[in-house]
Design a protein around this ligand. Structure first.
Ligand code: MN
Length: 242
């Protein structure tokens, strides 16, 4: 019987509310936690820490690393100057997660990245990003949807031979979309497994002892109503890593 895996979810840093408006809140939308629990796992939230020793102790607590969504990654992480179209960044979260993802992989902890999480994986392993999708020739403007996250807006085609296809069991998917950046140069060792109709990469993976999977959309906002989205979380709960 599969035990309940502990999913460590990397926290986003949100602006505080009055009277603590100057402060930051570390957390995630509760849909991440609900999706993990619905898939049989137990979520814990990992706030950004500094220092490898502290991160090592965090990683000792978890079976799966889930990288959550959030703001843009500083382009200095992939050797570019900021474009005027770059959105908000947070170097504290960037440096924490870049270390976290590399240490998790070295410890053979499976990694699942959502939205910014996919982008973080790509950058951590040597890839680059479009700082804004308007800088990509032929990109469609609808990747930043204006309607609720539980309403899918665009189609995604999934590679038949991919890990993602074996998890979801279908080659097409209706997804939501809340990103203005995307994968430019794919990190070495990774393959793209899903694309939007404008050709933009919507999923990446690296198979192996401890798989790494990234999706550009937000399955946590759809998992309560779409079994195909919940299957991705369930895959990580059932995974046995030796
Ligand atoms: Mn999209």
């Amino acid at each position: 019987m599969t035990r309940n895996k502990i999913f460590g979810i990397s926290a986003n840093l949100f602006n505080g509310d009055e009277p603590f408006a100057y402060a930051k809140r570390a957390g995630v939308y509760n849909e991440y936690c609900q999706s993990v629990q619905l898939a049989g796992g137990i979520p814990i939230i990992l706030p950004p820490l500094s220092g490898q020793a502290a991160i090592e102790l965090q990683l000792n607590l978890i079976d799966v690393l889930l990288l959550s969504g959030g703001s843009d990654i500083s382009p200095s992480a992939y050797g570019e100057d900021p474009s005027p179209l770059l959105g908000k960044t947070n170097t504290e979260r960037d440096s924490y997660e870049l270390t976290l993802v590399k240490m998790a992989h070295a410890k053979k902890i499976p990694i699942f990245g959502i939205c910014r999480g996919l982008q973080l994986i790509n950058v951590a392993f040597g890839g680059t990003l479009y700082q804004d999708l308007s800088l990509r020739q032929g990109s469609w403007t609808g990747h930043k949807q204006q309607i609720r996250a539980d309403e899918p807006v665009h189609n995604i085609t999934i590679a038949e031979s991919s890990l993602l296809c074996s998890i979801i069991g279908q080659k097409n998917l209706e997804s939501n979309s809340f990103h203005h950046q995307g994968v430019k140069q794919l990190a070495p060792g990774f393959t793209a497994n899903a694309w939007a109709e404008d050709g933009l990469i919507e999923g990446i993976e690296m198979c192996g002892t401890a798989p790494i999977l990234g999706v550009q959309w937000h399955p946590e906002m759809l998992a309560l109503q779409m079994p195909s989205m919940l299957k991705i979380f369930a895959y990580f709960n059932h995974l046995e890593v030796h």
